[in-house]
Design a protein around this ligand. Structure first.
Ligand code: FES
Ligand code: FE2
Length: 441
């Protein structure tokens, strides 16, 4: 990774105007390297969910600021982030995405590590020098920064002195609270399976798309039109959820006006739901919803349960790279691989204590919206890649995100706008400039 010294803070500030951003932010590898260092290397980054780390030895392999890391639960029950690199000669140690192992053995010369990163054994110990010390931290898997959790969500931070996690999350803690509070048993489990998709475009394009309410009726029209023609037909599996989702993507001005976007300091944003009908909001006549509400009432009391279910939000953006949808128990994690290559992990949660059908619906939501064969996300990916292809051309330095600029309002929580506004992108780029020009803590 470059150290970014080729770009002064002044040059970085010059890339972002109130209503425009320079194309270089999406195509310049030096800027990408600086993003890994100053955004992904200094902010709290989601790395795992505690339901994947239930017992000592459980682990998840993921990426943190361009580094491959293992998130483990050690023998003492502590969650650790470790670089997935052998301190001996540098080999990657673990090659599976998740699992459970009390020991991690390097495939090259068989140094063996515990889940806390310490070195347990080396083969042929006597051939190492007399002063070779198994307990020397230099011979251990190196810690990848600090780890903190918020209601089961595990974040890691490579900065020396990061602020508390809850401070970084700010108002987005409400979204995590709402997701967990929807579980009658008070806990959620990350579904073991999900999708990992790669697109040939910059990571920011996806974060912008997820907060862009203006595009669905254009981009997703190919599935809206057939859905309008298809007669309603509730299936046992999804109660016609797929058709409803496609119809909702074709909303008009009236529905747009009912959606509010709120942008927060730090680049976060939230979006009121635009799926407001039928099985997607678990109407009272739906027997599954009735059973689910009864289970939630029992734990929270009817008043509190009603308040939890009333908090409808679609894509909530936790800057820089986490997208949470509590209402439908969905999550996306956007992992930058290169300036023009991005990985998206798409997963859903099981609300513990809820009827099994609620989980089936979350899975159906996931597959309709986010699978490689999805008639929705595949449209989005086409747009993200077309943007990347267009942005490499030197047609002109600036791209526009001015829509809604004149009508944005402020309330005591943040920036408020209508659904047609590009305010969330402006909020993201404000945070981007702040992080990219900030001194290390
Ligand atoms: S590189 Fe891991 S044991 Fe040699
Ligand atoms: Fe979309």
């Amino acid at each position: 990774m470059q150290d970014g010294a080729s770009l002064s803070n002044e040059e970085i500030r010059d890339l972002v105007r109130p209503d425009h951003v320079h194309r270089r932010a999406y195509v310049d590898p030096a800027i990408f390297d600086l993003e890994l260092e100053r955004i992904f290397g200094r902010l709290w980054i989601y790395v795992a969910h505690e339901s994947q780390l239930k017992k000592p030895g459980d682990f998840v392999r993921t990426s943190l600021a361009g580094n491959e890391v293992l998130i483990t639960r050690d023998e003492a029950g502590q969650i650790r982030a470790l670089y997935n690199r052998c301190p001996h000669r540098g080999a990657r140690i673990c090659m599976v995405d998740h699992g459970s192992s009390r020991l991690f053995s390097c495939p090259y010369h068989a140094w063996v590590f515990r889940p806390d990163g310490s070195l347990a054994t080396v083969p042929h110990r006597k051939s190492y020098p007399a002063n070779f010390d198994l307990d020397d931290p230099q011979n251990h898997m190196q810690p990848a920064g600090q780890v903190a959790t918020y209601r089961g969500f595990v974040f890691a931070n490579l900065a020396e002195n990061p602020p508390p996690l809850a401070e970084h999350l700010g108002p987005m803690t409400e979204v995590i609270d709402n997701l967990v509070d929807r579980a009658p048993d008070g806990e959620v489990d990350l579904a073991e399976a999900g999708f990992i998709l790669e697109y040939r475009g910059n990571w920011k394009l996806h974060m912008e798309n997820a907060a862009d309410i203006f595009h669905p009726s254009f981009v997703h029209n190919s599935s809206v039109s057939p859905a309008r023609k298809a007669p309603p037909k509730a299936s046992i599996i999804d109660q016609d959820q797929t058709r409803e989702m496609m119809l909702a993507n074709g909303f008009g001005i009236k529905e747009w006006e009912g959606i509010q976007l709120t942008g927060f300091a730090g680049g976060h944003s939230s979006m009121k739901s635009f799926y407001n009908s039928g099985v997607l909001v678990h109407e009272d006549a739906d027997p599954v919803a009735v059973r689910y509400k009864a289970a939630l009432d029992e734990r929270l009391g009817p008043e509190r349960a009603a308040a939890v279910l009333a908090m409808r939000g679609f894509n909530n953006i936790v800057y820089p790279n986490l997208i949470l949808n509590a209402q439908y128990q969905q999550m996306r994690v956007v992992i930058p691989l290169a300036v023009d290559r991005t990985l998206v992990h798409i997963r859903c949660f099981r609300l513990k204590g809820a009827p099994e059908e609620i989980f089936h619906r979350a899975v159906r939501f996931l597959t309709t919206l986010g699978s490689p064969a999805s008639m929705i996300f595949s449209d989005d990916v086409e747009m993200l890649e077309r943007c990347q292809q267009g942005l490499v051309s030197r047609a002109g330095p600036w791209i526009d995100f001015s829509r809604g600029l004149d009508s944005d309002l402020r309330d005591d929580r943040g920036q408020v706008s209508g659904a047609a506004s590009e305010m969330p992108m402006r909020v993201q780029f404000k945070a981007w400039v702040e992080r990219m020009t900030a001194e290390a803590a």
